[in-house]
Ligand binder design. Structure first.
Ligand SMILES: [Fe+2]
Ligand SMILES: [Fe+2]
Length: 369
């Protein structure tokens, strides 16, 4: 045991010396090691530590908060603030965040006399009434012309993967139309809302799963993403906001909610597996799904213009929609459906574009575009 102890201490010492000192020290230690191994006696080793230098910690010294912060200069911050104020959405997608901080700063000034703990401040921030649709990812805000220029289009499938995606969507749509009973009897608001709510719970899945898959690939392979993730997340959130809007008009039953849970479980799993096998198939599949979505919302607009949804021409738009799409205060449900259809047409072109690209090509869509 004594010999082991001695040997162990010497070995540790030898490691330090071999890293840092010239050959003379290592030689000296080597003889000490031989001696202890031969005699099996415990002894305090003769150490010449004068030549040991501490290991250099220079790489760690680089990671200092001041140095990291200095990557953004005060001048750059001031320039960014000017862009905020001008509403430059290329660099600052949601200028309301700035307003939010200003509001909080003002609140703090007002209650200057009251010293609050950091815990209390956190509580205030959480309990503050944040209106829905105000704090969202960037997304396109459509002009009147863009809203009315949306056309039903079709990208012809080329090759086996495209055809498989196209026929999968056709099959799913046909099956859903029969299963949901949408085409049986008269269409009405109840049927429309049921259809919209269910389809939007499904439509929000692909963007999120695809973004997660690309995120994980980037982490796993330690490679860059080429700018796709933000567009996919924006799409997922945009679909979720369609859902939030429709939910202002109807609250689903527990049977409906159960069906959504089941379909989500199946679709998230399948889409994840498909994305791992063929991202091209998945984006093409979503491209064709969006072609169908544009048809659906065009049909919905027909019903608003002269069908069972006529009252949506004058029905007030939900507050969440007014905030999200920056609609005028007197906007109607018709304006909301026009905006949703424009979003679907945008997803259509984005996904067909991504399907035609290689996964390591740069995403041409900027945030919010
Ligand atoms: Fe949607
Ligand atoms: Fe969509």
């Amino acid at each position: 045991m004594a010999a082991c102890f001695s040997l162990s201490r010497q070995s540790t010492c030898a490691l330090g010396l071999l890293r840092t000192s010239p050959s003379a020290s290592a030689l000296k230690l080597s003889s000490a090691l031989r001696a202890s191994a031969g005699t099996f006696q415990f002894h305090e080793p003769s150490r010449d530590l004068s030549s040991i230098r501490p290991l250099s910690l220079k790489p760690l010294a680089v990671i200092q908060p001041q140095l990291v912060r200095s990557l953004t200069t005060k001048k750059e911050i001031q320039e960014n603030l000017k862009k905020f104020e001008k509403g430059n959405f290329d660099t600052v997608p949601d200028p309301d965040h700035l307003q939010h901080f200003k509001e909080r700063a003002k609140k703090k000034e007002d209650s200057d006399s009251v010293k609050t703990s950091s815990l209390q401040e956190t509580h205030d921030a959480v309990s503050h009434d944040h209106p829905m649709g105000k704090y969202t990812l960037p997304h396109p805000i459509w002009s009147e012309d863009q809203l009315h220029d949306v056309q039903i289009t079709h990208t012809p499938p080329e090759g086996f993967v495209d055809k498989l995606a196209f026929f999968s969507v056709k099959m799913l749509r046909g099956g859903f139309d029969i299963f949901s009973g949408f085409k049986v009897g008269q269409r009405n608001e109840h049927k429309w809302l049921k259809r919209i709510i269910f389809l939007e719970t499904v439509a929000g899945v692909p963007g999120m799963v695809a973004a997660m898959m690309r995120h994980m690939i980037s982490l796993r392979r330690m490679q860059r993403d080429h700018g796709w993730i933000h567009t996919l997340l924006e799409e997922a959130e945009n679909e979720r906001m369609h859902l939030m809007t429709a939910l202002q008009l109807k609250q689903p039953s527990w049977i409906f909610k159960t069906a959504v849970i089941g379909s989500q479980g199946v679709f998230v799993t399948l889409f994840g597996i498909w994305y791992a096998i063929s991202p091209k198939f998945c984006h093409r599949f979503v491209g064709y799904l969006e072609e169908e979505a544009v048809k659906t919302y065009t049909k919905c607009l027909e019903d608003i213009n002269g069908g069972p949804l006529k009252h949506w021409q004058t029905q007030e738009a939900p507050d969440v929609a007014v905030r999200y799409w920056q609609l005028p205060e007197d906007a109607t449900m018709r304006d909301v459906i026009l905006a949703i259809r424009a979003d679907e047409a945008h997803h259509r072109v984005v996904n067909h574009t991504l399907a035609s690209m290689k996964p390591d090509q740069f995403n041409p869509y900027k945030p919010g575009k």
